[in-house]
Design a protein around this ligand. Structure first.
Ligand SMILES: Nc1ncnc2c1ncn2[C@@H]1O[C@H](COP(=O)(O)OP(=O)(O)OP(=O)(O)O)[C@@H](O)[C@H]1O
Length: 312
């Protein structure tokens, strides 16, 4: 669990605080995405958690322990950190890069080797092919995966991610988001993530925290924030397509299943309400067939989006 209370950072000479009196809890095993315009304080807030930036005021507790009471280096070994530029050592191979924290933690050679193989497999890279490569011998997406593997190597309970998929092309980005999401849920990590991409934030964040000029505007479960932005700024920032983004958070099976068949091929397994809507639009139909038989209807979808659903 990450508990942030009254956190403030005022840089010397700045006319306003970059982060001002932010309080926020990320419960154990959940993720929170920090969003907000450029300069709103997202990265500064994140970097105060692993003490790369020292707060001007406020407290941070990691697993109940005051971050200031822990030596900064020891703290950073307990917190995985993934950044856009990845920051791999260029002359070290992938295995050595991933082994950085386990080595600092004093693990034995055999344990480190086994862990390197384990985390490479977790992020979808075959250890036999990738362990001995140098960073320049990897694609952008592979480098990013190695970055995630390295952050997981010491099995930290907490992970900080700053635009972790920023440097990856859109197709790879979607794949990586999906895989990392599955992985972090499975490992029950507590994650604080910075992104400027609203779609990424609501996909990866159980909760979303919206910052404006260093202040917390709204902190809510992703579906709730999309349904009910706190104010005009939040609504504008989340975008005109926020209800579509919200539909993508719910499986098609959320709606009542009708026995009546619908035209076209069945939706794929795991399809969302957004996929169902796209299917209806392209088929010119008011219902979509489910993979297991039966169908869902446009009328139910609209009722969900505008009625009960927006209060979910
Ligand atoms: N080392 C520093 N010294 C002085 N001011 C800084 C420093 N780092 C950040 N700032 C200022 O703090 C404010 C918040 O910056 P921060 O990088 O946290 O914003 P951000 O929301 O992450 O922005 P972006 O989305 O553009 O990365 C900005 O006004 C920035 O200029």
């Amino acid at each position: 669990m990450i508990e942030i209370e009254g956190l403030t950072k005022r840089w010397p000479g700045a006319d306003r605080a970059s982060v001002e009196n932010v309080s926020l809890i990320v419960p154990e095993g959940t993720s929170c995405a920090l969003i907000g315009p450029s300069g709103s304080g997202k990265t500064t807030l994140l970097r105060m958690v692993n003490r790369l930036v020292e707060p001007s005021a406020g407290t941070i507790r990691i697993g109940g322990e005051d971050a200031r009471a822990i030596d900064a280096t020891a703290l950073r070994r307990r917190i995985g950190y993934v950044i856009q530029e990845v920051g791999l050592f260029p002359h070290w191979d992938v295995a050595a890069n991933i082994a950085t924290v386990p080595t600092l933690l004093g693990w034995g050679r055999a344990r480190i080797r086994a862990r390197v193989e384990e985390v490479l497999a977790l992020v979808g890279l075959d250890p036999a092919r990738f362990a001995t490569r140098r960073p320049h011998e990897l694609s952008g997406g592979e480098r990013q995966r190695v970055g995630v593997a390295r952050a997981l190597a010491g099995d930290p309970p907490v992970l900080l991610m700053d635009e972790p998929f920023g440097a990856v092309d859109p197709v790879q980005r979607g794949l990586l988001q999906e895989e990392v999401l599955r992985l972090l849920r499975q490992l029950r990590k507590t994650v604080l993530l910075v992104t400027h991409d609203v779609a990424e934030a609501v996909r990866l964040g159980d909760a979303v925290a919206l910052l404006r000029e260093g202040r917390l505007v709204q902190h809510a479960p992703a579906a709730e924030m999309l349904a009910r932005p706190a104010d005009g700024f939040a609504a504008e920032f989340l975008g005109a397509d926020r209800m579509l983004l919200r539909l993508a958070l719910f499986p098609a099976t959320t709606l009542p299943v009708h026995a009546k068949p619908a035209p076209g091929a069945a939706l794929p397994e795991g399809a969302t309400l957004r996929d169902a809507l796209a299917h209806m639009l392209s088929a010119g139909a008011t219902a979509a067939p489910l993979p297991g038989g039966g169908s869902i209807t446009l009328a139910d979808l609209l009722a969900f989006a505008g009625g009960e659903g927006s209060r979910a």
